[in-house]
Design a protein around this ligand. Structure first.
Ligand SMILES: NC(=O)C1=CN([C@@H]2O[C@H](COP(=O)(O)OP(=O)(O)OC[C@H]3O[C@@H](n4cnc5c(N)ncnc54)[C@H](OP(=O)(O)O)[C@@H]3O)[C@@H](O)[C@H]2O)C=CC1
Ligand SMILES: CC(=O)C(=O)O
Ligand SMILES: [Mg+2]
Length: 539
């Protein structure tokens, strides 16, 4: 029996607000509870656009949209899908970064599951409180490396919430099947520990065996309660992200978006760049600013993609170099972690990034350092002197952490940079030319991966699925888009792009025998039919 009256108006899944048809209102006990006129979904969307249009501050817009999500889910998704290029920067990077930093101050309706380490031993009973019983996709963080903003404790919850909204908007993963989770193992962020409004555990971060046992209990509980569920790890510090992925990738359906999703979107951008420069992947050398989860994930996937073009894995890895806070990663350094070692090469130690560019002569630089402005004029001018079409990817998020702006990259390279950034930039005018900067963000990958896994009920997520995803993104970019500098599909068309990428990944899942459903005659049609549409459910 569907709820009626005020209870119905407070159920975000079934609520239509002012769009309840007049003829249904008596039956649903809604007469008098709504204005006498009736909206359509279209007039409701127009009203949200109007309300957002008068707000100048993006955080206020973020709040308006989260309130809407808590009140009327269909209208929320319909609004986001009405103009993804406008709304993605509000519910995702860059605005979500500011929202997370202030999450305890701006909190209105909590969303998702919070699992504190103090509930160790009882996680299953907490997770069982989640009202939906067919959860297929979890995005989980422990809040330690939120975008490039560091340890935000439970305030990091904005990231799983925002990413899962985009699973739905971009690729149609039904929202009822998604679950955002924050594991609260404490925080080392003193500002939050001192803030009376902070809502997480007031204790230093748990480390070591107790942390590992907590993760193990979490994974086991999810497997028991939601056996068809895929777990996406998000924004963990690299010393947890890498071992967690290693531990679980062959045991359950799981992946880490910062390592694998980012790698795929970077590879897609490189494939696009090579169509512009008319070069081969195996002719490239990449120098990363940063040597963490994202850098090593991208470097490894590029290496694997180079192997597909005929060179050995060691030779491929030798074309990928890391440069971190202590300089170029060379074999003589003693501070290199195991996951970085494949990309530490024999070379003299170098402390200057420009000097490293001079000596290594990369064709592309990829910024995943969390530190803004390090792709300075000298860096970009050196890249532009060495390369006819230098690849410049400042991937750190949010915008305040970007290694350079689009304008800087185009200006300092005299318009020759092939550019993409983790957070969006506006088009850049240089003389009589207009450049459209692409957003090199894993948002081109994770929603599609989610839909592919859902449609196939994949038992595992494997590396080659990310190479396929990269190829599928790249093949959508038209010559006109490349001519304007755009190496990713335009954001306004991200839904079509994601459904295409999902179908290509799903094909690979079926080919590898990892699907747990029968192969349909038309995979793309099956995905299209499964994809969530923002249409009011019957009541
Ligand atoms: N565009 C996209 O889709 C994505 C972007 N990102 C972004 O990438 C960034 C990094 O993420 P991730 O790799 O997971 O984070 P990590 O913390 O794992 O890596 C950051 C790396 O940068 C290094 N670093 C810090 N300061 C400097 C400096 N001054 N010069 C050079 N290197 C420095 C760190 O070294 P040390 O550890 O020694 O401090 C570390 O190796 C974040 O801003 C994140 O938002 C991540 C995923 C996806
Ligand atoms: C995009 C993303 O996953 C990050 O910046 O961490
Ligand atoms: Mg991330």
């Amino acid at each position: 029996m569907t709820a009626t009256g005020p209870t119905l108006l407070h159920d975000p899944v079934h609520n239509r607000g002012s769009a309840f048809p007049l003829e249904d209102r008596a039956r649903l006990g809604l007469e008098g509870l709504l204005p006498p006129g009736a909206d359509t979904l279209a007039t409701q969307i127009a009203r949200v656009h109007l309300q957002l249009g008068v707000l100048e501050d993006d955080l206020q817009k973020y709040l308006l949209l989260s309130d809407l999500q808590a009140r009327n889910e269909t209208l929320y998704y319909a609004t986001l899908m009405s103009d993804p290029a406008t709304f993605m920067p509000l519910v995702y990077t860059p605005t979500v970064g500011e929202a997370c930093q202030k999450f305890d101050h701006i909190l209105r309706a909590p969303r998702g599951l919070y699992l504190p380490i103090t509930a160790k031993g009882r996680l299953k009973s907490l997770i069982a409180n989640w009202p939906e019983k067919d959860v297929r996709f979890i995005v989980v963080t422990d809040g330690e490396r939120i975008l490039g903003l560091g340890d935000l404790g439970v305030n990091g919850m904005g990231i799983p919430v925002g990413k899962l909204a985009l699973y739905t908007v971009c690729a149609g993963v039904p929202p009822a099947m998604t679950l955002p989770i924050t594991l609260d193992v404490g925080t080392n962020n003193q500002t939050y520990l001192d803030d009376p409004l902070y809502l997480g555990l007031r204790q230093p971060r748990m480390r070591g065996e107790e942390y590992d046992a907590f993760i193990e209990e979490f994974v086991t509980a999810i497997g028991d309660l939601f056996p068809a569920c895929c777990i996406q790890w998000e924004d963990f510090a690299n010393f947890h992200a890498v071992p967690i992925l290693e531990r679980y990738k062959d045991r359950i359906c799981t992946y880490n978006d910062d390592i694998q999703g980012t790698a795929a979107v970077a590879l897609a951008g490189i494939y696009g760049a090579l169509r512009i420069s008319k070069q081969k992947l195996t002719d490239q050398t990449f120098l990363f600013l940063g040597g963490g989860s994202a850098a090593t994930g991208i470097a490894e996937l590029i290496s694997e993609a180079m192997v597909l073009e005929g060179i050995g894995i060691e030779e491929a890895r030798a074309r990928n170099w890391l440069f971190d806070v202590n300089g170029l990663m060379v074999t003589s350094r003693t501070d290199i972690a195991a996951f970085q070692k494949p990309f530490a090469h024999d070379h003299a130690a170098l402390a200057s990034f420009v000097e490293a560019i001079e000596q290594i002569k990369p064709t592309g630089i990829i910024g995943v350092s969390t530190v803004p402005k390090l792709f300075n004029q000298a860096v970009i001018e050196t890249m532009a002197r060495i390369n006819d079409r230098p690849i410049i990817f400042p991937y750190s998020n949010p915008t305040s952490r970007s290694e350079c702006t689009a304008e800087e990259a185009y200006k300092w390279s005299e318009g020759r940079a092939i550019f993409a950034s983790g957070s969006p930039f506006q088009p850049v005018r240089l003389g009589d030319r207009t450049f459209i900067p692409g957003q090199g963000n894993n948002v081109y990958i994770f929603p599609a991966m989610g839909m592919a896994v859902l449609a196939t009920q994949a038992s595992r997520v494997t590396e080659d699925m990310f190479i396929v995803a990269a190829q599928a993104v790249a093949e959508l970019v038209t010559q006109d888009e490349l001519d304007s500098g755009l190496i990713y599909p335009p954001q306004h068309d991200i839904r079509n792009a994601s459904l295409h990428v999902a179908a290509r990944i799903a094909e690979r899942i079926f080919d590898k025998g990892l699907a747990r459903v029968e192969r349909p005659a038309d995979i793309a049609a099956r995905i299209e039919a499964m994809a969530y549409q923002p249409i009011y459910p019957e009541v």
